[in-house]
Design a protein around this ligand. Sequence first.
Ligand code: FAD
Length: 538
Amino acid sequence: MIRLTDIKLDLNHQAHELQDAILERLQISEDQLVNFSMFKRGYDARRKNKIILMYTLDVDTKINTELLAKFSNVSNVKETPDTSYKYVAQAPENLPQRPVVIGMGPCGLFVGLVLAQMGFKPIILERGKEVRERTKDTFGFWRKKILNTESNVQFGEGGAGTFSDGKLYSQVKDPKHYSRKVLHEFVDAGAPEEILYVSKPHIGTFKLVTMVEQMRAKIFELGGEVRFSQRVDDIEIVNEQVQSLTLATGEKIETNYIALAIGHSARDTFKMLFDKGVYIKAKPFSVGFRIEHEQTVIDDARFGKNAGHPILGSADYKLVHHCKNGRSVYSFCMCPGGTVVAAASEEGRLVTNGMSQYSRHERNANSAIVVGISPEDYPGDVLAGIEFQRRLEETSFKLGGSNYDAPAQLVGDFLAGRASGEHGDVVPSYKPGVTYCDLSETLPQYAIDAIREAIPAFERKIKGFSMNDATLTAVETRTSSPVQITRDKELLTSLNTKGLYPAGEGAGYAGGILSAGIDGIKIAEAMAIAMMKDFESN
Ligand code: FAD
C-alpha cells in the first residue's frame, strides 16, 4: 500500500475529487488504481470562510513498487507503515503467579486487556463500583448532592474519563503505533468506526459506559478477573521487592508483579506509597476555572458561514497565553456542546470538570482555563501539592454554600473585580447548581491576575470569548497528577521497588484517555517480559 499525505480539498468537495486527487498525485490512470481508504481526515480552519479538508489516504495500485521507487524523494508519498499490534510474549499454562493491576481506568484497562490477550490471566482490583452502578452514584451526586467517596467521577470502572467528552487524541510520541491498538480495541468494544480516521476523535459519555463493559467481558473471556469495591490499602515490600498487597477488606493477595494505575485522585494511596518509601516526587500541574459560552459563539468564531457543517461538528478551541507575571494560562479539556460536571471525590471539597455526549448537542461549550503552577508554589514535602489542591477545593466548597453547588461569576464581573448576582445569556450547566459570587478568593492572586490578563487576550483569537455573560465556575484542580512515581526508563518498574509498575496519569506518565491506554500497553509488555524472564530463569 502507498500512503499519501497532505491531500487538500475544499470542505464542500465532491466525492469523486478524492479519487481525482490520488490519480493526479501519483500520475496514474483510473484503471491502475485498485482501491483506497482514508487513514486520517482533519481540517484547516485558519481561514474560517475557506475551510480546507486534509486527508491522509492509503492507496493500492497495480504498480505500487514502481510508484514507490518513482516517488522515493517525495515526502508525501511513502509506503504505508505496518501499524498492526504484535504481542511480545505468550504465557505458559503453568506460570506460577498472576499479575495484579490496581485501578481500572483506561490505563489499568489496557494493562489488564493486553496481559489477558497474552495469556497472563491478570487480576484487576478497582476501588469503585462497576460502571452501571457507578453511573447511578455519580448522577445521584449531581441530582441529590449525595457524594459517594468511592464511586464518583474519579473512581470506579472506566476511571476518570468515563463521564467525559471522550476526546481521543494525544501528543505523545508513539513510534510503535500503540494508539492504533487502543483505537481498534475501542471500535471492537462499540466505539464509532470514525475514531480510526478523524483527526480529533471523541466518543462521549454514554458510548464510553457501554464500551467499558464490553472490554471487561473480553478480559473475563481471556481468563482475567476484575474485582470491584476492592480498594488496595497496603503493599508489602521486602528488600525493595513487592511481595503482596492488602485490600481494605483485609484480604491479602500474593504477587511479585503489580501495575499501579491509580489515577491522579487516589490521594490516600499516594500517601500509603510515600509512607512505604516508594520513590515519589512532586510535579507541576495546573489550576483554574471552567468557562462556559453558548456553543454558537464558538462555532461562529471558528467556522463563520460554515458553522453547523456536518463534517466539522461543534467547534472546539485550544488557547494559550504567556502572562506578564511569567505564568502561562491555557485552555484544557475543551468540551464542545457539553456540560460542566461536579467531579469531587472527597467530602467538603469541590472540583469542576467537563463532559459531553457523542452528539455534542448541548447548548454550551466549556473548557478549563488554567494556570500552570510548580512545586515552588506549594513548599513542603512531596505530597504538598495535594494539600494545596485540597485548600482550593475547600474554599470553593464553602463559597458555593457548603452543599456542592459551585461558586460562579460572569466573565464581565470577574474582569471588573465585582461579585456577580445572577446569570445572563449563558445559563450555567453545572449540576447540582451554582452560587454567584466573587471568585477572586478561590485561587492565589498570581493565578487570578494571570487569568484576568489571558481572557481578553483569548478574545483576539475567539471573538466573544471575553463576553460579559460567559460564566466561570470554580475550581479546576485535577488537571493532572500532583506527583510522579518515577520509574526506570527501560524496565518501567519503580526506581526503588522491584515488581511495582507505576502507570498512567496518576504516576505522571499520561494525560488523557488515549495516552493512558498507550501507557497501559507499554506496562503490560514490560510486565510480561519480566514475568517470562523470571519464569525461564527459575
Ligand atoms: P484513572 O482513569 O483516574 O483511573 C484510575 C482508577 O484507579 C480509578 O478508577 C480509581 O478508582 C482506581 N483506584 C485508585 N486508587 C485505587 C486503589 N487504592 N485501589 C483500587 N483502585 C484504585 N481525557 C481525555 O483524553 N479526553 C477527555 O475528553 C477527557 N475528559 C475528562 C472528563 C472528566 C470529567 C475527567 C475527570 C477526566 C477527563 N479526562 C479526559 C482525563 C482522563 O479521564 C484521564 O487522563 C484518564 O482517565 C487517566 O487514566 P488512568 O487509567 O491513568 O487513571
